[in-house]
Design a protein around this ligand. Structure first.
Ligand SMILES: CC(C)(COP(=O)(O)OP(=O)(O)OC[C@H]1O[C@@H](n2cnc3c(N)ncnc32)[C@H](O)[C@@H]1OP(=O)(O)O)[C@@H](O)C(=O)NCCC(=O)NCCS
Length: 285
């Protein structure tokens, strides 16, 4: 399904195809506390110089993110979020994501119309997975189902960090990471990595595999020129590996103690990880 825009809030979103059309993926949101309206990083009126300090992270999004990332069925399989995960962690993550997405949309808006100049997006702004069949606790009359849809997960594309180059602290890995991060958006050599989670209420309903496929077909391929996507999971994360396999990823290798050093609150030490690779059909590298 193409990218749609909520007529009530002007927020762009992607809706999954049936039978999962109650699931949408939006950019991170802020709200204007004076009007309670959703502010999207896609809004062309958001100038880079505007202060956004007065905007707030929606309370329902903070609550949903905090609950999920303190749920052992979710956090135990993730490498980077802090644990315990606080409301402040959630707010700062959403604000950071909002600014990142605003930069992505601004680059696209600033291209001249009607020319052959094409700005590739340097990332995917569709990250917040929401369920329009469930009402947010804070929902109000007159709001659209898109605006009211509670957050149920996250999907994130970022420049790949080369797990297969070990050890993690090695110079070789740092150089590879920095080189990949410095490549121009849309470049054929850019290697992307994917991360995702869903609230445990939404596990095993076939959602994540379709989210990944939809984000790839609706944004990452046509707007980012994404060609190679890497995924990694702790060994034993059957759900994550199954999702990636279903999307066409192939297992590359298993790396003993290949994760970053985990915080003591998450058991400490390093865990074994499996690395998978997806390549866009029709390209050969
Ligand atoms: C991993 C995760 C995103 C999977 O999402 P999901 O929507 O539940 O997965 P899907 O329902 O799309 O499943 C796709 C396939 O994986 C299989 N699968 C899903 N969870 C599974 C599990 N725990 N064990 C075995 N297979 C599983 C499904 O059966 C399905 O296969 P099928 O289509 O042949 O039936 C979700 O379990 C989650 O958020 N886990 C915690 C966080 C996490 O692990 N993130 C990834 C870090 S690398």
């Amino acid at each position: 399904m193409p990218i749609q825009t909520d007529p009530l809030t002007s927020e762009p979103y992607i809706r999954l195809p049936p039978p999962l059309s109650h699931i949408i993926v939006t950019p991170p949101r802020l709200t204007d506390p004076q009007t309670s309206s959703i502010i999207s990083p896609a809004s062309p009126s958001l100038a880079s110089t505007d202060s956004r300090d007065h905007l707030t992270v929606p309370a329902a999004d903070i609550a949903a993110r905090t609950a999920a990332l303190n749920d052992v069925a979710v956090y135990d399989w993730l490498e980077s979020p802090p644990y315990p995960y606080s409301a402040a962690d959630a707010a700062s993550f959403v604000r950071g994501g909002f600014e990142d997405c605003r930069r992505i949309f601004t680059t696209l808006h600033s291209q001249p119309d009607g020319t052959n100049v094409r700005a590739w997006a340097d990332g995917c702004p569709f990250r917040d997975i929401r369920d329009t069949s469930a009402l947010a606790p804070t929902s109000k009359d007159g709001e659209s189902d898109v605006a009211q849809a509670p957050l149920v997960g996250d999907v994130m594309l970022s420049r790949y960090t080369y797990y297969e180059i070990q050890p993690a602290e090695s110079n070789e890995r740092r150089v590879a990471r920095e080189r990949n991060a410095a490549l121009e958006a849309g470049g054929e050599e850019v290697v992307w990595g994917i991360g995702f989670w869903l609230s445990s209420t939404h596990h095993k309903k076939g959602i994540m595999a379709i989210v990944v496929q939809t984000v790839l077909s609706e944004w990452a391929i046509p707007r980012m020129n994404l060609r190679v996507l890497m995924g990694s999971a702790f060994v034993g994360n059957a759900g994550s590996v199954a999702v990636m396999r279903k999307c066409g990823f192939k297992e590359l290798q298993t790396i003993e103690k290949g994760s970053v050093l985990l915080a003591e609150s998450r058991g400490g030490g390093k865990r074994d990880i499996v690395v998978l690779r997806w390549e866009r059909p029709g390209i050969s590298s």
